[in-house]
Design a protein around this ligand. Sequence first.
Ligand code: AMP
Length: 426
Amino acid sequence: MLTTAPRGTRDILSPEVEKWQYLEEKIRQHCHRYAYSEIRTPIFEHTELFQRSVGETTDIVQKEMYTFQDRGDRWLTLRPEATASTVRAYLENKLYAQPQPVKLYYIGPMFRYDRPQAGRYRQFYQFGIEVIGSQDPAVDAEVILLAVHLFADLGLRDLEVQLNSIGCPQCRRAYRQELRSYLQGHLEELCSDCRTRYEQNPLRVLDCKEERCRKVAGEAPALSSYLCQECREHFELVQGYLQSLDVKYQLNPNLVRGLDYYTKTVFEIVSRELGAQAAICGGGRYDGLVEECGGQPTPGIGFALGMERLLMALEKGGSKLPGRAPLDVFLVALGSRAQGAALKLLYQMRQQNLRADKDYLGRSLKAQMKYADKKEARYVVILGEDELERNVVLIREMATGEQEEVPLEEAVEKILAELGGVTDGR
Ligand code: AMP
């Protein structure tokens, strides 16, 4: 127990963490270009926030939340997603008083108590965006485009954008009736979860992953034929914008998404590279959520993208991602008298943005060379007592084995020149 992380959680270490840093940097660049600013919300919130927003009858609220009581008897929940938190922050920080819409993005851990498997964790990371304060269908197109543009930039192919509109509460009310009467005739064929969903929230049956439920859902009346005029026009405009942006999409009438707050546009981006956990990104409009959380009626839309799944898809697709950063210089200091000068030289190298290190275990020359090789050092600088006496160092290029003696005070400059002086940002 002491040396095992909780089930469904894991450590992210080098050389994997370099890939995460690369992805995060790309994400930040894209959000910057599309004029989104970052929001960092707390990792836990009042339980009620998720119950109200995600919905009492959803899988997340019923089965997947990490909920606990703190020492002050407050009910708190580790966030299972960040849209509710962002809407809470929008209200609490009076972002509605700023020019609308407010465009935000986040990257951070989410928590869901679910059965762990490949691509499904109990602590996982999401990048997400939210646009609050505009119902313009052009925003729907922008939100989808940002994800598609990011994926294209990362070299991810074999993706499919699935699109649907689940309308507003008005059009859904009529549809729910229709769906319920259809499902009534097929109750025997549904899984036990879906029989409960039939009672509480029949729309959920449409996106059950069980084969037998999918069969029933496939024959169900389509929500799209129940959309009111406003919802239909909105959806047509979204599609028109996507077409003019050359964003390819598939209409999926069974896509309803697993959270209650969605209205109108919903979408998922799935990777053909990933098996069971194919959805990399999911989102949609939530025009009733701000009001549900106690604010004025305010439209909103966003998506969340699973970072682990994005990485898996990139790796399966053969994308080249950065690995462990090599050392520019490994400094071999031999003998106790050379140590002080070595520390100073190391500091000077680092001031010049060189990635430099030395031995701290009193290894022999041979062992230090071996260590430098393992760390993929491009240069080794040797400073022994003899060199110290003569105020020089020996610089060895590891790839060629070529060595050169240079004055101590010129060592940093010499290496910078050899490396082309450009080491920053690698
Ligand atoms: P959702 O909020 O359920 O729509 O999820 C949005 C995205 O987050 C999904 O498309 C996945 O990429 C990712 N995701 C959701 N749940 C998990 C999980 N348990 N483990 C890893 N990734 C997840």
